[in-house]
Design a binder for this molecule. Structure first.
Ligand code: MRU
Length: 354
């Protein structure tokens, strides 16, 4: 299916990352919902800063921006010698790959570009650069397609008037397409179904209230924001049909790393008998790690908690537990919605083969 056809014509969905000539154009997500501003990234330092500060965020979008930014950052080197070009590629790739550690997609996308370079060992700089640009474009377009397919598989879990609780932002802003956890919701809306979304605030950086609520409300989807601490009460009182969240890394046994707070939601959902689903493309799977214990968890600066709202919210000298992600054990997950269908956690033979 052509890319243009993948985009809903009836629903206004933001484009988190795309090409603008030879720059990576992103929406600066640190400013939403108060301000909509697009920013162009070219240099590797700009790219790394944008990823670390969450101007571009969400595992798939980070991978896509990382691959595209790696390409843009090498444009000036095309005129130099082949050995200089390849040395710079290796250096930038390593730095970009390390920008955020938990999401699987970033290293996966960077490795795809390095594989192109390996296959073209004898190529000129300009031929290699063009081939890497094509590969980065393929990563972007494949992600759009995977989002759409995740949406189609996930749609089977929804009915008219479903209430879905989600956490953080696994929507269009986190991908190149219509999102992962939010993809079934967009498709339901496109088909005229009434779906109600409960979006947890997602402390400390508020991706749920700032981003999920922003993108769903402008698309005309019924969305209600709740504090993270209200989630269990909402499950008890608001007839939540299911939880759908995204993922940053899913490992071989089905354990899922996602935004801090996801694990608590899964525990609360189990208590209330509410099915807990994870939506993710195959680029988020990491079969090299056996269980969640092996997932690197990003620690963020404690000031994101101490000074979270532009004012002091905890004493300066108090330590903060700054884990940005947690691991939900596979046994709490009802199913993983992928572009290839819905999988029972750990039963990934078909995905592994693909
Ligand atoms: O720190 P963030 O905002 O990058 O965290 C994002 C999440 O945890 C998402 O749920 C995950 O990346 C999936 S996005 C499709």
């Amino acid at each position: 299916m052509a890319v243009a056809e993948l985009w809903s014509k009836s629903i206004d969905i933001p484009r988190a990352v795309r090409w603008h000539d030879d720059a990576v154009r992103i929406i600066d997500q640190t400013l939403l919902p108060a301000e909509y501003k697009e920013v162009d990234l070219v240099e590797v330092d700009e790219l790394i800063e944008a990823i670390r500060s969450l101007r571009v965020r969400g595992a798939p979008a980070i991978g896509i921006a990382g691959a595209m930014g790696l390409v843009t950052s090498l444009k000036k080197q095309v005129e130099g010698s082949g050995s200089e070009f390849r040395a710079r590629l290796a250096d930038h790739a390593e730095r970009v790959r390390l920008a955020r550690p938990t999401g699987a997609n970033l290293a996966w996308a960077v490795n795809r570009l390095l594989a192109v370079a390996d296959q073209m060992a004898e190529a000129s700089n300009s031929d290699l650069w063009e081939a890497m640009r094509r590969e980065a474009t393929a990563i972007l377009e494949e992600d759009r397609e995977m989002c759409r397919r995740i949406g189609e598989h996930g749609l089977a879990l929804l009915h008219d008037e479903s209430t879905v609780l989600t956490h953080c932002n696994a929507g269009a802003l986190a991908t190149a397409g219509i999102g992962t956890a939010l993809a079934p919701i967009y498709l339901a809306a496109e088909r005229g179904m009434k779906v109600r979304v409960l979006s947890t605030e997602t402390r400390p950086l508020l991706q749920g209230s700032r981003l999920t609520a922003w993108e769903l409300s402008r698309a005309g989807v019924d969305v209600t924001v709740l504090t993270d601490s209200a989630a269990a009460a909402a499950m008890a009182r608001l007839a939540v049909d299911l939880v759908i969240v995204g993922a940053d890394r899913i490992v071989a046994n089905g354990d899922v790393a996602n935004k801090i707070g996801t694990y608590g939601l899964a525990v609360a959902a189990r208590h209330h008998g509410i099915p807990f689903y994870v939506a993710a493309p195959s680029s988020t799977f990491d079969f090299t790690r056996a269980s969640g214990d092996e997932i690197p968890i990003e620690d963020r600066d404690g000031d994101e908690v101490r000074r979270g709202f532009g004012r002091q919210t905890a004493p300066d000298d108090v330590p903060v537990f700054g884990a940005a992600f947690d691991v939900t054990p596979a046994k709490l997950v009802a199913g993983i919605i992928t572009e290839r269908g819905i999988f029972v956690p750990g039963e990934f033979a078909e995905l592994r083969q693909a």
